[in-house]
Design a protein around this ligand. Sequence first.
Ligand code: UDP
Length: 468
Amino acid sequence: MKNIHVLVIPYPAQGHVIPLMEAARCLTSNGLKVTFVNTEFTHKRVLTSAHSEIDCPSGLMQMVSIPDGLEPGNDRNDFGKLTKAMFQLMPAKLEEIINDINKNDDQKITCIIADCYMGWVVRVARKMSIRLALFCPSSAAVLAVTMSVQNLIDNEVINCSGAPLKDQMVQLSPTMPLMDPANFLWVCVGDAETNQIIFDFAILDGKEAAEASDHIICNSSMELEHGAFTLFPKMLPIGPLLATNKSTRQVGHLWKEDSTCLTWLDQQPVCSVIYVAFGSITILNQIQFEELALALEDTKRPFLWVVRPGTSGSMDYVYPSGYMERIGTRGKVVSWAPQQKVLNHPSVACFMSHCGWNSTMEGVSNGVPFLCWPYFADQFFNKTYICDIWKTGVGLNKDGTGIVTREEIKSKVEQLLSNNLIKENASNLKEKVMDCVQAGHSSNKNLNKFLDWVKEGNDHARVNESCQ
Ligand code: UDP
């Protein structure tokens, strides 16, 4: 029997590649064939960082790449330039690669699952009469904002270029949390030019694709975002995706994982370690870096700290004088951790996090309380979920000079670790969220519904034309 063949395409950033890889693994473990399309730049990094070939025992996953439109030396952390360049070049390249595969492969691609921040894919799908589903790697609430853009314009919350018109919180529906327009993705992701590009190319295209796609699958759960899923029932929570794969190694990393921290964790007392990691994009300045280093020293507790090596746009940090000697084996610093495994380790007491959605989902599905230190974009909203709605963490506040001081860090660590209610909330939320992926429960049912739709693909090659 022929396998159904699905093409999966993420936005080229760490927080997108990992969850789309997990979604792809869900497909292959259900007997579907997947062609995973990275940009050339990301493809090289994923393969270099993987310890061996990407695990897919069934051989059902192939990894391919297309150019992103930027020159080799260009800064891929400049999301404005990257997004615009991709929009200009990638549609033609994607079409080419699909044509090549469909010419040579008797298992033709009948379905595309595109990252919702790669909305331009809708035009390729339409042109080639291939069915389209979207995958949302951020919270469903953030995608709900994208899908509500016209309403926000009509209600004069933003103008037609996306700029906020009012300095007040908004609520997309009575069951959704309040949101600050100043934290909408396209308002705070970069400078004015970058923000405009994100609005024009990622948000407006994303909205069009969301309306035209047959399904939108989300790495979230009904337990976590009931309001957003009720507002847009087309969004199907199938997560937490990583939770379904806890026993296996996470794939799609852009840095090599340093597993020595797991052995170090084995030597620490249960529930003692502060895990500190700020995802793949966050950059602290040197003053803030030192302040954090000294704060961790001051806590007198064991800590595991991810300090990414200098990449374009970031810097090589200088530790306070004599720091490493003073810390000794009480602190462990790695350049990239196997985060899922770390968060699943019994020695971890709390997670100091930038609140990226993947980190949020990983912390939640392991019942770990958070110290929230959002850096940009949707992370401020994710912090609202953690601190105000789920009540599974506390926020770190900046002082008048924009620094999170060592006193603030130390006092919030103590506050969090002595708060049994927050720990209990985190543990209860984990139970509820993990329950969603069990057979017959909400996320699992949605996943099966989605898989059924994908499997119908050979008979119904089409894309919803509703937005043409
Ligand atoms: N991650 C990791 N090791 C690290 C730091 C991060 O494996 O040392 C993973 C983390 O588990 C998550 C992803 O990188 O899956 C980061 O995504 P997130 O949405 O949290 O943040 P972003 O990098 O997009 O800001």
